[in-house]
Design a binder for this molecule. Sequence first.
Ligand code: MD3
Ligand code: FE
Length: 258
Amino acid sequence: MVRPCTNDYFKLKTHTVVEYLRQKLSGNSEVNVNDCLSNNYFLARSKVTVDLFNDEVIELQHSLTLIKGMAANNVDRYWRSVQEVAQQAPFRKMQTPGGQMMSAEITNCGQVGWYSDRQGYRYTHLDPLTGQTWPTMPTCLKALAVDAATKAGYPKFVPDVCLINRYSTDSKMGLHQDRDERDFTQPIVSVSLGLSANFVFAGSQRNSPRQNILLEHGDVLVWGGQLRKHFHGISKVLPGDDPLTGPYRINLTFRQAL
Ligand code: MD3
Ligand code: FE
């Protein structure tokens, strides 16, 4: 069921949400509760707990669908698959074309992999680190992405790459657009595992108004339509020791690149 994101609906759960946010963010000076409550962050957080919002497919805004906690089911399989990918194609830091080191570590699986160095951003058929093809996309991960895209209204989504980011608590990802793919009518499906992060979502311009969205373990988001080309980044990974990932946040983005 797709439930529209209306204020009436969220007012019902306001108290729970506020308490939840306070707990989650307490002692974290860089992410402010009031700030979060004042914009769409509040709406995102209204789907707080898996038990409150189990199985709901929520359209946070046009072309942005949240399936709260979807990946928390079967997460052991997903996590094992990520580790198997990382054995074949290790996480590594990549360089931007400008020569800066990115702070998140990256690997890929699928027919191609996203890569960046002094020669630019691109998708490659071989992993430059190993000289081998990128690992095959594990079936359970692909199925998760296709299922999420279908629920969000993109039944024809066939991801050919999954880019995997690993963040420690001092990693960030600056505002950027994802524009190395061929067909922008296809969505991107993102899956967050482990530590939470503050995701910053801007508009079509780098200096468009920004909204903050707290991405938590198990969250699956489908980004389509015009939003597909919007600027976005990760400003902060919240410290912690996750039972699954330890000191890391893992983000999977499924794309149709070719
Ligand atoms: C909105 N990753 O890999 S996931 C990336 O948390 C990337 O690792 C972030 O940005 C991360 O390129 C954000 C959410 C996300 C991913 C792709 C998008 C949001 C997006 C593409 C267009 C618009
Ligand atoms: Fe991105």
